[in-house]
Design a protein around this ligand. Sequence first.
Ligand code: RNT
Ligand code: ZN
Length: 412
Amino acid sequence: MSYDSAKAAFAEWGVDTETALSRLADIPISMHCWQGDDVVGFETKSGHSGGGIQATGNHPGRARTPDELRADLEFSYGMIPGNHRLNLHACYLDTDQNPDRDEIEFSHFAPWVDWAKGQGLGLDFNPTFFAHEKADDNLTLSHPDAGIREFWIEHGKRSRDIAAQIGAALGSPAVNNVWVPDGYKDTPVDRMAPRQRLEQSLDQMMATSHDNGLMLDAVESKLFGIGVEACTVGSHEFYMGYAIRRGTLLCLDMGHFHPTENVADKLSSVALSVGEILLHVSRPMRWDSDHVILLDDAIMQMAQELVSADLLYRTHIGLDFFDATISRTAAWVIGTRNMQKALLRALLAPWKQLKLAEANLDYTTRLVVTEEIKDLPYGAVWAEFCERMEVASGKSLVSDLNRYQQSVAARG
Ligand code: RNT
Ligand code: ZN
């Protein structure tokens, strides 16, 4: 179907496809650097993994250096319509020096910032509280040892400074998201003390306030992780309260709740108490498995809530998935495009009509409309978006993605 016919089909429902396309073009997605190398990073490593984060698979082509990762990112952004952001983790520093986590500085990330400037990308940042000998107990900011807490507080402070400098350099605030793996494998007898320590450490870390135009603090909760099944110190309730009390962003990772919970349902509730929200869009399969996101109900409901509840202007959309069994660049491209496709569908829904039916308790009309509009020609509108943004769609996407994968497959 041609775009003009699609436009007419949506117009019959009172929806203007041009408005939807221009709104979609203005929604940046923060793509996560860690999909490109299976969450390994570029520190001179002593073999520490941990934090319950584990990419599975050994598909050829993993980026081994910052240059390789940037090349993969450049290719991937070229396959994704619109202007986006890169979400960088502190362990992805680019320097000949070998600073420990409590020694990182802006200069160690300067090559990323110069590159981002050249690419027209925004950057977000994350302190890395895992894959380190001082995190081997699965306790960092809540560790009973004050020395270990100090080490991680220093890492967190430096990350905030770096994020603020990144924000200043790029003229766009960098979200600095804190996730710590802290928790207990078996049932603790004291859940209060570690939570009090976590709160105090966060307070010390964030004691210096930064200009909101440069960096934004975010905190990310979790239900459980491998090795911390009995108790996660930074639970949802913990961080929800913290974000409200301290005025930080709250990060909702779609894999960090019970599998039958609808994370989209949380947005409107959270938005009543928290100013801005950070999303880690992910696809948990039975657990926090971080599969590549599909254009499935969970993602579409998330996008619908963002549009219906008018939360796009105060939600930062970040992605968090990693799959090492497929082309890593294809994973980025497909996952990010799926987020955009979900947003496009949400932007093309006749919300006024649906909300009116619901307010009139006319659930029959609501049902008929939600089901009938599923047959509208979304594909033609998406293809038009890709064409205007000069990126491939359909069959040529398959061959472009394959060709790039072939070109990196020989990496060791
Ligand atoms: C871990 C969290 C966290 C990480 C990244 C790498 O469960 O989801 O966001 O995935 O920081
Ligand atoms: Zn996450």
